[in-house]
Design a protein around this ligand. Structure first.
Ligand SMILES: [Zn+2]
Length: 326
């Protein structure tokens, strides 16, 4: 059989009724892929609004954040679900990392989120991180690419040496509307450091809340933005798995949403993604959610929603999603 007619035949199946496709022995329709990700870092304005010191000590996780991260990992493991964590490397300087080791032992993959939470699009050394603005001697004589490379490499080394964890993927601190599209140099650096995929895109959408609450226009905008948060491959070969709106810090910190509104936006987005067999990459920060969603309502809602659509959707770590990107 020549390849062309076969390809045409398979493509033609999409418009064939389901029962007929099954009779022909075709593969079942592709499932929606839902990743649930937790960035392990401290967030400014938490646990109290006035706290911005974390900008300088992103990896100095407090007890409540560590406990909450482990709780999420246990809830997911009990439901047979794998989450995907991203770690700021400086966490590994802390005395107690038993909570992180348990997350690892439960089978949840842990990716690299740089050592100090550095800004990959920085143009000057001190712009890479608040810590280096206050203490510029830490990066004296280094170029931006040197600082970034070292910050990513140190995290990989610390994860391995201190905890025996192999890094699983890379997420940029902060998300960018066009990801790394304009920065082939950074794509090349990540490939050279051994990464096959990155999570750096965060698409634009509406998020403002008024006294009347979050409007339907805002919810619609977030649901529509899911189409802009689909995985793709850069020309360099690096795969992008975008973060899907709306993130916890954008909703709660920047726009003062309620938990009900956040759960609603997340549920509407996942339903949209399931209906269209797309990908959803939920992004949250335990340092924020431990205050805003202490009972893990969002996580439990997502698990229930996907389980009740088990024929059409699955929860999966990001590396599995990246494997399917052509
Ligand atoms: Zn981050």
């Amino acid at each position: 059989m020549t390849r062309y007619p076969r390809r045409r035949f398979v493509t033609g199946l999409a418009s064939t009724p389901l029962l007929l496709r099954q009779a022909l022995g075709a593969q079942p329709a592709k499932k929606a892929q839902i990743a649930i990700t937790y960035d392990l870092e401290m967030s400014r304005n938490y646990p109290t609004r006035k706290n911005i010191e974390w900008d300088y000590r992103k990896g100095d996780l407090d007890e409540a954040t560590k406990k909450y991260s482990l709780e999420a990992a246990r809830i997911a493991a009990k439901a047979g679900v794998k989450l995907h964590f991203f770690l700021v490397g400086r966490v590994l300087e802390q005395q107690d990392i038993a909570w992180l080791e348990e997350i690892h032992e439960l089978g949840h993959p842990i990716g690299n989120h740089t050592y100090d939470h550095v800004y990959l699009l920085a143009r000057t050394p001190t712009e890479t991180q608040f810590r280096f603005t206050r203490s510029p001697w830490l990066v004296k004589g280094k170029t931006v690419p040197q600082i970034l490379r070292e910050n990513i490499r140190l995290t990989q080394i610390a994860m391995k040496q201190r905890a025996g964890i192999e890094q699983n993927g890379f997420r940029t601190p902060g998300g960018f509307n066009t990801g790394l599209t304009e920065r082939p140099d950074i794509q090349a650096m990540l490939l050279e450091l051994g990464f096959k995929w990155v999570s750096s895109v965060y698409p634009n959408h509406l998020a403002k809340r008024t006294e009347q609450g979050v409007s339907e226009e805002v919810f619609d905008s977030i649901v529509k933005a899911q189409a802009d948060a689909q995985p793709f491959k850069y020309e360099s070969g690096l795969i992008e798995v975008p973060m899907s709106p709306i993130s916890d810090v954008n909703a709660f910190r920047s726009n003062l949403w309620t938990l009900d509104e956040f759960v609603k936006a997340t549920s509407l987005s996942i339903k949209e993604v399931i209906q269209n067999q797309m990908t959803f990459d939920f992004l949250c920060h335990p340092s924020c959610l431990v205050i805003e969603d202490p009972q893990h309502v969002t996580l439990k809602t997502m698990i229930d929603l996907v389980k009740s659509n088990a024929d059409k959707a699955a929860i999966t770590p990001i590396d599995r999603i990246a494997e399917t990107v052509k």
